[in-house]
Design a protein around this ligand. Structure first.
Ligand code: FES
Length: 103
């Protein structure tokens, strides 16, 4: 069963910067690209590395541990050493709040 959580305010997301928050046992990363927000599990599919808060986040994000790249708009893996997509979550904006649907 899915659960909708309030990630935070739009104003918390800086351009090209990742913001990571914990919800229960999950670490969720959010960044924006072309005025839309994208959410994904803060866990690289290569070896479970977390994305550093300082990671530059555009359409593509690079894992700081071994350099795997992912498309944040759909989670698809773009380069080794990862071979699986990131787990992504639907995002909606309600007023000035970012809502994320977690499974
Ligand atoms: S943990 Fe991300 S590339 Fe290895």
């Amino acid at each position: 069963m899915s659960e909708i959580v309030t990630f935070g305010k739009i104003s918390e997301i800086e351009a090209n910067k990742l913001l990571v928050k914990r919800f229960g046992r999950k670490r969720i990363a959010v960044c924006s690209f072309e005025d839309k927000f994208y959410a994904f599990k803060d866990s690289c599919t290569h070896d479970g590395g977390t994305f550093d808060q300082e990671t530059v986040c555009g359409k593509v994000i690079e894992c700081p541990r071994h350099g795997a790249k992912f498309d944040i708009t759909n989670g698809h893996v773009l380069s080794a050493p990862a071979y699986s997509s990131l787990e992504t979550y639907p995002v909606t904006v309600v007023g000035d709040e970012i809502k994320i649907e977690l499974e």
